[in-house]
Write a protein that binds this ligand. Structure first.
Ligand SMILES: *[C@@H]1O[C@H](CO)[C@@H](O)[C@H](O)[C@H]1NC(C)=O
Ligand SMILES: *[C@@H]1O[C@H](CO)[C@@H](O)[C@H](O)[C@H]1NC(C)=O
Ligand SMILES: *[C@@H]1O[C@H](CO)[C@@H](O)[C@H](O)[C@H]1NC(C)=O
Ligand SMILES: *[C@@H]1O[C@H](CO)[C@@H](O)[C@H](O)[C@H]1NC(C)=O
Ligand SMILES: *[C@@H]1O[C@H](CO)[C@@H](O)[C@H](O)[C@H]1NC(C)=O
Ligand SMILES: [Fe+2]
Length: 467
């Protein structure tokens, strides 16, 4: 790894060179048909905000790091998670329907963990069940003067023409840039749930994997995570495997802190699972768990894809961390073995879009597949394929490791748009045939879409989108 300041200098130099190269290519008309945006973010050092930037809320043992996620397969349950720092009580969440008086109590399961010389607070997970669809609820945590109130809205009943809007963020971390990405998303009132493609806190970039960084991250994102479900995907920064510290249980902090409803989709691991929400069927995969033939993840996905009923949920979306198609020199082809294993199934089942992170820039591909290769036939290039997903890489949340701007030149033909800037995306599903995808870079005002694309549903309207 390069040091941060050196990386910053290189970023500046490379950006300048790339910019002039692009100008030149534009003038000579030699550009490939995809777009490499000449817009580059101002290179800034990315350091994590100080530990006291997001202090605990006031009050004795006040619940903090509140986050919610979908708690079942079709959106009638919510898992509420929070941390009480000093003692386990009170260990329940109280919720009620907006404009109604009847309150309900749901008890939490409490867990805690040690990591090297760090000890976590009491981590609560409570699953509120049997909620009504499309309804606003309030909920309260804590006691006395440390009581905190939040709210959420359940999704509409699952159905083919239910409009729904997702936010998309990856590789967020906790720098000034992370804060920009996050606040930018929060300022957009459209997002109803977040599809998070992995790499949350980047605690592991600190000495001893300083787990206080998991706590500060939980407080940082609370103003969104407490109010709308974030659908979690595990990235490499969730592994926290550090035998030199005596920490040999992969995903230990992440799995204690973030619960997902994996059993509802017959998964045997919280690292891969699915949920249905409105008109979308969302499949979450783990780039860092075994996926070869006969492994649990392989067997699960093989059975999972045929279960998707496009008459009920037209939009089939896959989340994973390490991209299968990406034309950045950073992490190039790291997702390749997983692509080789699973891509034929995704094409067969006409997945609409695959969202990934890991590479710290933005890229969108055309609809391509590369499933013909059989070792001896020499067919190793991606080809246009109407049944294939569009691949979006959105690892540009703005974390401590900085921007990834070493794009491969010339731009490969399967790459439609790429840009080395931080940002987030919004996916607005309108009906069974149309969804609008927009990418919002941090430097612009929220309504500005630096890249946008009408997605046509692969099952209901498999027409070619213009690139
Ligand atoms: C953990 O160890 C580090 C390095 O020795 C030290 O700086 C830190 O204060 C320790 N933390 C706790 C909670 O003991
Ligand atoms: C909050 O309540 C605790 C315990 O009941 C009490 O010790 C503390 O003084 C109170 N703090 C405030 C700001 O009222
Ligand atoms: C985070 O962003 C918000 C909104 O732009 C701003 O008010 C706040 O000061 C930022 N916080 C930090 C620590 O940069
Ligand atoms: C691989 O592809 C070539 C050319 O299409 C074909 O002749 C050959 O039989 C294939 N091999 C296998 C193992 O399928
Ligand atoms: C679906 O939404 C698109 C975009 O808003 C619209 O053009 C189209 O007419 C809608 N289709 C139906 C059947 O309503
Ligand atoms: Fe990553």
């Amino acid at each position: 790894m390069l040091s941060k300041s050196k990386l910053g200098d290189m970023v500046a130099a490379v950006n300048l060179v790339a910019f002039f190269l692009l100008l030149l290519l534009n003038i000579t008309g030699a550009r490939s048909c995809g777009v490499t945006s000449p817009f580059v973010r101002k290179p800034q050092p990315s350091v994590d905000l100080s530990l006291d930037t997001f202090p605990p809320p006031p009050g004795y043992n006040a619940p903090e790091q509140v986050h919610i996620t979908q708690g079942d397969h079709d959106g009638r349950s919510v898992i509420v998670s929070w941390v009480t720092p000093l003692e386990p009580h009170p260990k329940f969440v109280t919720h009620w329907e907006a404009n109604r008086k009847t309150k309900h109590k749901t008890h939490s399961m409490i867990t805690s963990y040690k990591y090297y010389n760090y000890s976590s607070g009491y981590i609560h997970h409570a699953t509120i069940k049997r909620l009504k669809y499309d309804t606003k609820y309030f909920y309260e945590l804590g006691a006395g003067n440390a009581t905190r109130r939040f709210s959420f809205s359940t999704p509409p009943k699952v159905g083919p023409d239910v409009p729904y809007t997702f936010g998309i963020i990856g590789d967020l971390g906790q720098t000034v840039d992370s804060n920009k990405t996050f606040e930018h998303y929060v300022s957009n009132s459209k997002g109803q749930a977040m599809l998070f493609v992995g790499d949350l806190s980047y605690a592991d970039d600190h000495l001893l994997h300083d787990n206080r960084r998991w706590d500060t991250w939980g407080r940082f994102v609370e103003k969104s995570t407490a109010y709308q479900p974030w659908i979690w995907t595990a990235g490499n920064h969730e592994i926290d495997f550090a035998p030199e510290l005596g920490e040999t249980v992969p995903f230990k902090p992440y799995l204690h802190r973030y619960q997902v409803p994996y059993k509802a989709s017959q998964s045997t691991s919280p690292l891969w699972y699915s949920v249905k929400r409105a008109s979308a069927y969302i499949i979450v995969l783990s780039s860092y768990s075994a996926y070869g033939k006969y492994t649990p993840q392989y067997e699960w996905l093989k059975k999972e894809l045929p279960k998707v009923n496009r008459a009920e949920t037209p939009w089939l979306i896959v989340l994973l961390h390490s991209p299968w198609y990406n034309t950045n020199g950073y992490h190039y082809m790291e997702g390749e073995s997983m692509r080789v294993t699973f891509e034929p199934w995704l094409v067969e089942h006409k997945v609409d879009v695959v969202l990934a992170g890991h590479v710290h820039s933005y890229e969108r591909t055309k609809r391509v597949s590369n499933v013909k290769y059989n070792i001896t036939n020499g067919l190793s290039s991606p080809v246009k394929d109407h049944s294939a997903p569009i691949y979006i890489t959105i690892g540009d949340g703005g974390n401590i490791e900085g921007i990834a701007n070493r794009f491969i030149e010339p731009q490969p033909s399967y790459s439609a748009y790429r840009e080395a800037s931080f940002g987030h995306a919004i996916l607005e599903i309108k009906n069974r045939t149309h969804a609008l995808f927009t990418w919002h870079r941090n430097q612009d005002n929220e309504p500005v879409a630096a890249d946008s694309k009408w997605l046509f549903n692969r099952h209901w309207y498999p027409e070619e989108e213009d690139s």
